[in-house]
Design a protein around this ligand. Sequence first.
Ligand code: ZN
Length: 183
Amino acid sequence: MTAYLSPSAFWGLLISAVEVYKRECFGLLIGYRDRRGPGQEESFIVEHALPFQSAGRKHRGVVSNPRAHRRIERFLRNIPQLSVIGDFHSHTMWGYNRAASHPSDTDLQGMERENVYVIVSVNDRLREVRWKYNDDGSLSGTTDDHYFRLTAYTVNASGEARRMPIVCPYAIGFDARPLRAIK
Ligand SMILES: [Zn+2]
């Protein structure tokens, strides 16, 4: 399984996380499932990352608002092109501890099969890093102020969380820009 991110979803994840940094954001992933690639394996196509403005935000962990959640799901049910295929939230730095990219116990409890979950780990940027795919399937890179790592999870038949590769060609070309003078 692979999670494909559209440019819109990529920006949605980054902006949601930056908006409330160093608190954590929470939101829904909108898109569809499809068979892609050489083996026609099932994939998640994430079209949009929709931040939850009513999520109660604490530094550690996000509390979602079930009524608002239901309202959004009802709204989306009437739009056949858009369906909720999972959710995302951010993990941020805590003092000198770098943000974790693995799900917490609370995260694991909220995961269901047939869904995709993206954890956006955000840290202060120490130096500029090109956007790249990592060996564990995650996608990482920097913007002016932040270092991001995007990791996607799904739940297998025995209920265990499994990382799946994120593919976002847009992000990989993202820092292709004119060279700046080195200070
Ligand atoms: Zn978490």
